[in-house]
Write a protein that binds this ligand. Sequence first.
Ligand code: F6R
Length: 609
Amino acid sequence: MCGIVGYTGSKPAKDALINGLSMLEYRGYDSAGIAVLDGLGGMDVFRAVGLVDELKQLVAGENLTGVTGIGHTRWATHGKPSRINAHPHRDCSGKIAVVHNGIIENFNELRSELIARGHHFASETDTEVIPHLLEEAYQGDLKQAMLAILPRLQGAYGLACVHVDHPDEIVAVRKESPLVVGCSADCAMVASDTPAILDVTRDVVYPEDDTVVVLHSDGTAQFFDATGAEVHPKTVHLEWDQNAAKKDGYDDYMDKEIHEQPRVVSDTLKGRLKDGRVVIDGLELDEEDIAALDRVVIVACGTSYHAGLVAKYLIEAWARIPCDVEIASEFRYRDPIVSPSTLVIAITQSGETADTLAAVQLARTYGASVFAVTNRLGSRVTRECDGVIYARAGLEISVAATKSFLAQITALTLLAEYLAQVRHRFNRSQVRMFYHSMLELPQQIQQILDHPEPVRRAADLIGDATSALFIGRGIGYVVCMEGALKLKEISYVHAEAFAAGEIKHGPIALVTEQTPVVAVAVHSPTREKTVSNILELKARGARVIGIATEGDEEVERICDATIFIPRIRSTLSAITASVPLQMLARLVAIDRGCNVDKPRNLAKSVTVE
Ligand code: F6R
């Protein structure tokens, strides 16, 4: 969704802003803009519909030497994508400019009030009320003006503003929208997400809600709470290497991130077995509480929801605790059965998904212990939950989740083992056995990545089909759900996953000779049943792509193309079987000329409902 960036320092702000905005492109947007203070009491504002590249071209010939500025990528909510609606927005005097991520819910009321007091509005956006409110509150101190207007703003915001009379300063604030601040020897930056400031520093601060930040061009930042008292939030060091936000020789981020998965799985496992016991730092629940749990409820959206479905199989099979997985946007509007003996797990890569956060808040009202599985240090979910398990995938830029999904299911597999160990379902040697099987996963994933040819053949089978079906059973069914989501979101091929046993109850009517079907038939207690389903589909002319365990000649014989994965316990197979489906979706998307990293209409962090 929208991205904001601000730079104040010793160099021209323009370059840092354009670079920062390009690093936020993955969030999804439809227009972009910057405002740069000229240091002489003026401000230059440039806005463009479309890509950051359009904005870059717009400012290319401009002699912008100002060292302080703010920028924005807009994902339209109030008002269509247009130059007029693109940020930054200004007040009537043109002295104040604001960029904003989030939604001001009471903007209609504020706008009417401001218009009645003589303000002129240039856009249809909710954001524009902010510069006008600041204009009224400003009495020579921008920070004070910001503190004064905060009580008037309802909704979610991460925002940054500048005033021509303060050419060495940016004022920023957040509430329920992400914001990160980083300082170096010669500049200070603020942004919606860390990639925008990684070139400057990896020591960052994630301000709390309602903290007002003042960034100074000498490379310092001050933080104030809502009463105006100075606070000193802790600095977090990001482990990401400098190439985290670069393609590193790959054609696209998705390819890079798919290829990082062996390392990611190994990072997520690292240090989480000690003396034959799984250890999960950050869980913040003692073993007595875990023993007393009578239910687990998982809330998540999209790919993270699929990770939750994998966890359900494992938690129920190993720890024998009933586990429900709920789509967060449904859960939040139900009257769910949650109690203090329910463990609620929120899974969210970004840690900022609005529906998942709302589900967390609802669960807390029932007195449940809530913890998060997230990939993002300092994200909002980490502040709203009792405990956090980090999926150590590193920065994921491609909109389609790949490595973060594998990291999530690896972390959740460890959690299921942990719950089984605490409830005495697993003894030390069983825990060791599973953990050691998991240690084989990185090398197995590498083996799949090293042999892309069968995936190429499978992509050719999908060819120009307009629809594809995915079938599987058990964990294989969840792998199919995720595979179908990947295919539809990046290649725009309509794709649906079905439990293989269900196809005779309706979906088989869809099958013609043109229908590609992906069948996950890896070694598992239900493999034979899936093989029978493949035969039924073949009898109706379907083109079947099998995902099978190495050496499975039967699946190879009956399918039109087969992708083999190395033999692994079936309970761990989602971690390997998902990889060829990610590769398949990417190839089909590329064959169709799609931008795999930035699928149309999608945003990486869905920070609004
Ligand atoms: C799909 C994808 C989305 C996200 C979903 C939840 O590839 O990335 O379906 O999984 O928007 O996002 P998080 O995990 O950040 O809560």
